[in-house]
Design a protein around this ligand. Structure first.
Ligand code: HEM
Length: 165
């Protein structure tokens, strides 16, 4: 049977699946925590852009980018990737019309995190890069910020459709 997006919040692991923990949070509670962290992260990223570009405070700018990429990687490994694998195994993503927001979110999310990681590598190896590549850095930052915000917005749509609709 094909599950719908609305069923996903009701799905509970059976006793032999997943890791047994003393403190059990529901999927909704975890999603709410993730949504809160990601909201703070996006605001932190936007303030990092403001500090870097407008105020030329490069240390604060780098700190914002590095910390947000690191936090997102943790969330991905601990929550989003296991969830997307579960959706795939249940056939939840087979219906594009019903899951377009989740599919688009995953695609933009993969792109955003890859670009974020590329930026971190760029900034660490900056002095060793050829001038042509160094010039691309600013453009890459802008693209990453836009793609990141789109991924975040689609994450909110997925949250609303998956848990609140
Ligand atoms: C910049 C990168 C990303 C951001 C800012 C982001 C943000 C969010 C937000 C705000 C939510 C809603 C909260 C929730 O339902 O847990 C969400 C959900 C989700 N994201 Fe992401 N995400 C990103 C990347 C990714 C990637 C790369 C994947 C997988 C390929 C992914 C898979 C998911 C899945 C499966 C959910 C639904 C989780 C659930 O069932 O509640 N995300 N994301």
């Amino acid at each position: 049977m094909l599950m719908t997006r609305q069923d996903r919040g009701k799905w509970e692991p059976s006793s032999n699946q997943g890791i047994e923990m003393q403190i059990m949070l529901s999927d909704f509670q975890i999603a709410l925590i993730v949504l809160t962290i990601d909201t703070v992260a996006v605001l932190w990223l936007l303030s990092g852009w403001y500090f870097g570009i407008r105020q030329k405070k490069l240390r604060t700018h780098h700190l914002a980018v590095y910390s947000v990429v690191l936090v997102q990687l943790f969330i991905l490994i601990l929550w989003m990737i296991p969830r997307v694998l579960m959706f795939l195994s249940l056939g939840l993503l087979n219906d594009f019309a019903g899951s377009w927001h989740q599919i688009m979110h995953d695609a933009f999310g993969i792109l955003a995190v890859s670009l974020g990681l590329a930026l971190v590598v760029f900034s660490v190896a900056k002095r060793r890069l050829p001038p042509a590549l160094r010039k691309m850095n600013r453009l890459l930052m802008r693209i990453t910020l836009v793609v990141w915000v789109i991924a975040f917005a689609l994450g909110i749509v997925s949250f609303v459709v998956g848990y609140l609709a």
